[in-house]
Design a binder for this molecule. Sequence first.
Ligand code: AMP
Length: 130
Amino acid sequence: MATIFSRIIQGEIPCYKIAEDERFFAFLDINPLAKGHTLVVPKKEVDYIFQLGDEELGQMMVFAKKVAQAIEKALPCKRIGVAVIGLEVPHAHIHLVPITTEGDLDFKKPHLKLTPEEFLAVQDKITKMF
Ligand code: AMP
């Protein structure tokens, strides 16, 4: 069965899309640690990021870099934190989270509850930066 992220990529499940190319897809995390928290996923269904081949992993990081640069321009932050957790969804993904302090990347802290309007505003700000 297709993973939830494959279903998002195929357009079966809605998302707030940030960017896409032939191999990778980026969209806002629905349960964000901060405004702009974005997931970067390969279109190919691979469970865990370190199961990707060397070349694909490199390409994924280059794609993530472009997305991170757009987030950084769009939203106030000091850095874009990068994390791989992968305990919930068995489809490789990188979390990109705008951060100002180390604690902003603590996945145990309360997550934000954004309205659809807030998600759309964040999506709009980031996508304008490409
Ligand atoms: P993990 O696999 O532990 O890295 O966590 C999966 C991440 O995917 C979590 O941060 C979820 O909030 C996020 N997530 C799960 N379902 C969706 C969805 N339908 N749209 C956007 N983000 C999602």
